[in-house]
Design a protein around this ligand. Structure first.
Ligand SMILES: Nc1nc2c(ncn2[C@@H]2O[C@H](COP(=O)(O)OP(=O)(O)OP(=O)(O)O)[C@@H](O)[C@H]2O)c(=O)[nH]1
Ligand SMILES: [Mg+2]
Ligand SMILES: [Zn+2]
Length: 293
């Protein structure tokens, strides 16, 4: 019996697929003690695995995680790619900001990819260019799925482990297929025109190796729950708020008098785009939930 170290690159039907240091991939199960400790191995985890015969391994230890993303559930990620379609399914700035907030919560840097710009008229294209510029301004990498941007993307993610998140049907698997230059052929599906949303085509999380990086395709979602985040903490997950000096250090930028963020909004109603509204909604969503119980 030998023990080796490796990284979980896929989880499916109770099996974990572990990439060993020598490049081999071994199929494993987790030992029961993880369940007792309430720890579930995640894709991205570095684990020790005991190989009892040639075919099946058992995960014995999970190494401490550098980070843990909650949606998708992955560990030890260098970047999370947020895929957001501008149409089919319709663009939702609320959902985009929730995804951005979730990645900030786990301290994972985001790369935002806008897809389906080809479906827009020139007028709407202009609108999305200014949205993209805003996210760039506040410090995010923002790209599209054009071949030019794919080349840029590849220089950023060289040698990294990255995950992808986004609404079902937003084009995550298509983006990964495009990155691979036709080598990968992950299943994709047209969105349901009747419902205006995707069909949850991808059902498990799996890293794919492309060039010199690994990217994990993940199941999409239709909505995101972030109400587990303490509402007073949400403001720290909006990058641009920390650049604005409020009078009070603990200001939530909601009802406080002489809040600098609200003053700046009064002077320029386009400041913070929809992000301030999205922030308020996240803050109040939480408040209402608390009241209900
Ligand atoms: N017109 C257009 N269609 C696209 C683009 N990107 C993806 N699509 C289409 O959108 C549909 C959904 O794409 P998928 O890649 O399956 O979406 P997904 O995000 O992986 O969806 P789930 O696996 O359900 O989460 C497919 O029919 C794609 O061909 C794009 O940039 N433009
Ligand atoms: Mg998919
Ligand atoms: Zn304030």
């Amino acid at each position: 019996m030998i023990e080796e170290t490796g990284k979980i690159i896929k989880s499916l039907s109770g099996f974990y697929y572990i990439l060993l240091e020598n490049g081999d991939i071994i199929t494993s199960r987790a030992r029961g003690n993880f369940r007792n400790n309430n720890i579930t191995p995640l894709v991205g985890d570095i684990v020790n695995v005991k190989i009892e015969d040639d075919s099946i391994g058992y995960i014995t230890t999970i190494k401490e995680r550098d980070n843990e993303l909650l949606r998708p559930k992955v560990a030890n990620i260098d970047y999370n790619v947020i895929v957001t379609s501008v149409k089919d399914p319709d663009f939702s700035s609320k959902l985009l900001d929730k995804m951005v907030v979730l990645a900030e919560y786990s301290s994972v840097p985001s790369i935002i990819i806008f897809t389906k710009l080809d479906l827009l008229s020139d007028e709407y294209l202009k609108k999305f260019n200014s949205i993209m510029d805003y996210y760039k301004e506040i410090g995010y990498v923002v790209l599209t799925n054009s071949s030019e941007d794919i080349a840029k993307f590849k220089t950023i993610v060289s040698n990294k482990f990255i995950s992808i998140s986004g609404q079902s049907g937003s084009g995550k698997s298509t983006f990964i297929n495009n990155l691979s230059n036709g080598v990968l052929n992950i299943e994709t599906a047209k969105i349901s025109k009747a419902l205006g949303r995707g069909k949850h085509t991808t059902r498990h999380t799996e890293f794919h190796k492309i060039d010199d990086f690994y990217i994990a395709d993940t199941p999409g979602f239709s909505s995101l729950d972030i109400t587990f985040i303490y509402k007073e903490d949400i403001k720290y997950l909006f990058k641009e708020f920390s650049a604005t000096n409020c009078k009070y250090q603990t200001c939530n930028h909601i009802d406080e008098p002489s809040c600098q963020i609200k003053i700046e909004l009064e002077n320029d109603c386009n400041k913070y785009f929809d992000r301030y509204e999205n922030y308020k909604n996240m803050f109040n969503e939480k408040k209402e939930q608390k009241r209900r119980y």
